[in-house]
Design a protein around this ligand. Structure first.
Ligand SMILES: [Zn+2]
Length: 271
């Protein structure tokens, strides 16, 4: 009997780690209290969300672009009240946020006009600490992909949730609203100075890294590839997705797509 009980317990443990799907979403528990959730609305986008449970509150990092009942789906994963943390203003990260009562948003991205009431949203800013009850998410501003891009550091599990600011396996810096590459280099250098605080990076399009987290050395690779582009050591090759005119440059694990006409300066590009 004891053996049967152990087998049942093991089966339950395996099942609770399994993918959980619905018509609109699929999720995987990647650590105790942490889920990766993906919209299935558009197979070409694969936008990622992360649900992180603290002792009192759960945070949903980004809200995809689907049209399903995301709040209902999240309720099937956690019993805790849920707050939404938005990594940046692009529509594939803000799509279903209005289903939740509490939204934190980096206001430097307000010009993207996210689909919720901005005046009711709370600001996200560099150095802010979001206390989920025994689990703290630190906000680190990494402007570049957008002016307001932030990442969230879970110091307890040494995980970094990065939106599109850095990682999955490439970063789009050639699209409308992105900052000059030099500005992004400053952000990556700042993040690199925090490298000892995290082991793994979970990006905003997790499929890009084949659903495997990147390591913190990716940040160093990204800093190096940008430096090599700016000092002329690497000439990018044409990249034809997103806005026109992008060039792709790679060093080790990191790839950046950049606009050769927008290399230097601190100013915002075009908004
Ligand atoms: Zn984006």
């Amino acid at each position: 009997m004891k053996r049967i009980a152990i087998i049942i317990m093991l089966a339950f443990a395996v099942l609770s780690n399994c993918k959980k799907g619905s018509k609109d979403y699929v999720s995987t528990r990647i650590k105790p209290g942490v889920w990766h959730i993906e919209d299935t609305v558009d197979k070409t986008v694969h936008d990622s969300m992360y649900l992180v449970e603290g002792g009192k509150t759960a945070a949903l990092i980004d809200t995809g672009m689907g049209k399903g009942d995301l709040a209902g789906y999240v309720k099937s994963l956690t019993k805790l009240p849920v707050i939404v943390l938005i990594s940046h203003g692009h529509r594939d990260h803000t799509g279903q946020a209005s289903q939740f009562p509490v939204i934190y948003f980096p206001m430097d991205d307000a010009f993207f006009k996210p689909p919720f009431e901005l005046t009711a949203a709370k600001e996200l800013s560099d150095g802010q600490k979001i206390d989920l009850g025994g689990r703290i998410l630190e906000v680190i501003a990494v402007p570049g992909h957008t002016p307001g891009s932030v990442v969230f550091l879970d110091g307890q599990t040494r995980m970094l949730f990065s939106g599109d600011a850095i990682g999955s396996s490439y970063v789009w810096m050639h699209i409308k609203g992105a900052l000059p590459l030099q500005s992004y280099l400053n952000s990556v250098r700042k993040l690199e100075s925090r490298k000892s605080d995290f082991d793994f990076i979970y990006g905003g399009h997790f499929y890009q890294s084949a659903y495997k987290p990147l390591t913190s050395s990716y940040v160093t690779d990204m800093r190096i590839v940008i430096e090599k582009v700016l000092n002329g050591e690497i000439a990018g090759i044409p990249y034809n997705i997103g806005d026109p005119g992008g060039l792709s440059a790679t060093y080790a694990s990191a790839t950046v797509i950049y606009n050769p006409k927008l290399l230097y300066g601190e100013a915002r590009s075009d908004h």
